[in-house]
Write a protein that binds this ligand. Structure first.
Ligand code: COA
Length: 330
C-alpha cells in the first residue's frame, strides 16, 4: 500500500516589527473599532527588512528542529510574495537550510498555498518520489500593499509557518487522511497584482499597478461558500461528523468568515481556532501559524481531530483533515 504523509514537525517565524490598529489609524482613515469588529484583527507584524525567504528559512529551521531532523528530500514554498519573480524562493531556502541539492519549488495558490503545498507533499510521498518534505508558507504582504488602501492595508500581515511531512504507515499519528482542492479562474480578477507578468509587464500607472488589490465583498462570499463546501466534501469522504471535529483551523482571513463556515458545517464556535487578532491575514502562512498558536496555548493536543480549510486568490480553495500528532511547535 502507498505510504501516507504524516505531520512530524511544525515551526513559525514572525518579523520583528509589530503594527497595531492604532498605528494604522494614524495614517489611514480607519480605527481600531472598525478593524476589530469587521475582521477580528488587533495587530499584525510587518517586515522590518526581512524578505520572504528570511522568514521561510527561520520557520523551516524551527520545523526541522521540531521534527528532530536536519534532512528532508524536498522543499515546497507556498507564497504570493516571492523574493523575486525569478528564480523561485524554495531553492534558496533549501540551500540556506543546508538541505543539499533536493528538489525545491514554489506554489502560487495565494491564501490556499499551504494546503496546496501539503497536498503536493503528500502526493509525492504516496508516489514514492520523496519520503520527507518540508512545506513552508511564507509571506511579506507588507511589500505589496498599497499604503493608501484602507481596505487591504489593515488586513494583511507578514510571517511564515512550516511543516515537516514524513512517510508513515496508513493512519499513523498525524497522517493527512484526505484532501479536497479546487479553483475557479473565472473569478481571477477578485484578487490581483495586475503588473509584472506576461499579460502586463507594466500598466504605466507607476507603483499602483504592482500593488495587491482585493474586492472584499465578493471574496468574503465566495470564501464562505467554497470553504464550507470543500470542508463538507472532506467530512463526507472521511465519515467524520461535524460534531466530532475538535478544531476547525481555517485560513485566518476574517473572524466573520470562519464563524460563518463553522455555522454552515455545524462545527461549534468554540471549536474554531482564531489567530487573526495576533497576526492578521498572513495568506499562505496563516494556517501553520494558527496551528502553532493552538498548540502553544494548550488547545490542540495529540489525538484531536483537526479540519483545515483555506480560500484564496485564483480563486483557489483546499481542505484537509488529520488526527493531531504528538509534536512540539517551535
Ligand atoms: N476602516 C474604516 N472603514 C472602512 C475600512 C477601514 N479599514 N475599509 C472599508 N471601510 C468602509 C468602506 O469604505 C465602506 O464604507 P461605505 O459604506 O461608506 O461605502 C464600509 O466600510 C463597508 O465596507 P465593506 O467593504 O462593505 O466592508 P465589509 O464589511 O465587507 O468588510 C472586508 C471589508 C475587506 C473586511 C471584508 O469584505 C472581507 O473580509 N473580505 C474578505 C477578505 C478576505 O478574506 N481576504 C482574503 C481571502 S484570500
Amino acid at each position: 500500500m502507498n505510504a501516507t504523509a504524516a505531520l512530524t514537525g511544525l515551526g513559525t517565524a514572525l518579523p520583528t516589527r509589530r503594527v497595531t490598529n492604532e498605528e494604522l489609524s494614524r495614517v489611514l482613515d480607519t480605527d481600531d473599532q472598525w478593524i476589530q469588529s469587521r475582521t477580528g484583527i488587533k495587530q499584525r507584524f510587518w517586515s522590518a527588512g526581512e524578505a520572504t525567504s528570511d522568514l521561510a528559512v527561520e520557520a523551516g529551521r524551527s520545523a526541522l528542529r521540531s521534527a528532530g531532523t536536519d534532512t528532508v528530500e524536498m522543499v515546497i514554498v507556498a507564497t504570493t510574495t516571492p523574493d523575486h519573480p525569478c528564480p523561485a524562493t524554495a531553492p534558496d531556502v533549501a540551500s540556506r537550510l543546508g538541505l543539499g541539492v533536493v528538489p525545491a519549488f514554489d506554489i502560487a495558490a495565494v491564501c490556499s498555498g499551504f494546503v496546496y503545498g501539503l497536498a503536493c507533499a503528500a502526493a509525492h510521498i504516496a508516489a514514492g518520489l520523496a519520503s520527507s518534505v518540508l512545506v513552508i508558507g511564507a509571506e511579506t504582504y507588507s511589500t505589496i500593499l498599497d499604503p493608501d488602501d484602507r481596505t487591504t492595508s489593515v488586513i494583511f500581515g507578514d510571517g511564515a509557518g512550516a511543516a515537516v511531512l514524513r512517510a508513515t504507515a496508513p493512519d499513523g499519528p498525524g497522517s493527512f487522511l484526505a484532501f479536497d482542492l479546487g479553483s475557479d479562474g473565472s473569478l481571477k480578477d477578485l484578487i490581483t497584482i495586475p503588473d509584472g507578468g506576461s499579460r502586463q509587464r507594466t500598466s504605466g500607472s507607476g507603483p499602483a499597478g504592482s500593488y495587491f488589490t482585493m474586492q472584499g465583498k465578493p471574496v468574503f462570499r465566495h470564501a464562505v461558500d467554497r470553504m464550507t463546501e470543500s470542508a463538507r466534501t472532506l467530512l463526507e469522504t472521511t465519515g467524520w461528523a461535524a460534531g466530532s471535529i475538535d478544531w476547525f483551523v481555517g485560513h485566518q482571513a476574517n473572524a466573520r468568515i470562519l464563524r460563518a463556515v463553522a455555522d454552515g458545517l455545524g462545527v461549534k464556535s468554540d471549536r474554531v481556532i482564531m489567530d487573526m487578532d495576533r497576526v492578521g491575514n498572513t495568506s499562505a502562512a496563516s494556517i501553520p501559524l494558527a496551528l502553532a498558536r493552538a498548540v502553544a496555548d494548550g488547545n490542540l493536543v495529540p489525538g484531536d481531530r483537526v479540519l483545515l480549510s483555506a480560500f484564496g486568490g485564483g480563486v483557489t480553495w483546499g481542505s484537509s483533515v488529520l488526527v493531531w500528532p504528538d509534536i512540539v511547535a517551535l
